[in-house]
Design a protein around this ligand. Sequence first.
Ligand code: TYM
Length: 338
Amino acid sequence: MRVVSGIQPTGNPHLGNYLGAIRNYVKMEGDAIAAGGENLIFIADLHAISMPHKPADLRASTLELVAMLVAAGLDTNRTILFNQAQVAAHAELQWLLNGTARMGWLNRMTQFKDKSGKNREGASIALFTYPVLQAADVLLYQATHVPVGEDQKQHLELARDIAQKFNNDFASEDAPVFTLPEPIIPPEAARIMSLRDGGAKMSKSDPSEMSRIELRDDADTIMKKIKKAKTDPEPLPSEAAGLEGRPEALNLVTIYAALAETSTDAVLSQFGGQGFGTFKPALGELMVEVLAPITARFRELREDRQSLDAILASGAARAREIGRPTLDAAYEALGLVR
Ligand code: TYM
């Protein structure tokens, strides 16, 4: 079992990142170790340069994200935590895979369409080839399990297509170069939505901070954002079917269920018939209970720059070692003389 996943150091990590992905990185750390495997989690700093950015912010947020991942529960004695920029093999393997990935496949990627918007001609080439780097990220380590939110599913399907085509074109059936990775998406928190618009995903890039709970928000901010979250005037139904056509209500109930690690039906059997005047404070309090210890630990860890650098350096050394045989095999399979 080899678990591999990445998160971009752009903006501040939020509740969607936590419930959709980070909490699973921590859960799967235990599973991977128990199975005699590895858990590799990285900061996707190379992906972050696909959009306009400030170098000083990128540097600072890379280190802060390390602090946040440790604060959220990753144990660096058990998880290999690193950043892409310190493991050159990610960029090298991306180039090797560029020969296999097809223009048509990348043209179908919805994230490129969303992020480039109307300015397709002005988008960076990195934004277009971003999914090939993402494929390299997981294929480099023979990842078996990739914990992600639903928005990354399409990118992982592409990684599987690239692996399959490369194996078909350049390897024998009994000795494939790459393993086909499985996305692991938490059903209860696959897609956490914006607090201002139940039709939009909670996102680091939403201009409104009120749309998301950031993991560094203090208790007052969390309570305020939940209180102001968009809802409708109806009370909560007693069964999930009653949430149909009520995306904001569904989102808040989903968040409650994910935080409490229970089902939406269980939440509705407790709160059915009650209005948001009762439900919102209960949700806010539960959120503070779950996030406050993480935020407190984050504030301590972020101050210790030396420890954060050391975590990344030792993680990168281990990652380089684990990735080397696959990178060598890919060069060899392609007939490249080194
Ligand atoms: P990123 O940085 O946008 O998000 C990190 C993780 O959080 C999940 N996520 C969500 N889950 C549920 N609800 C939401 N509203 C929500 N928003 C974000 C994402 O699905 C992701 O799992 N391209 C990736 C980073 C990456 C990567 C990889 C991931 C680079 N290489 C290899 C997996 C494997 C990204 O931008 O995630």
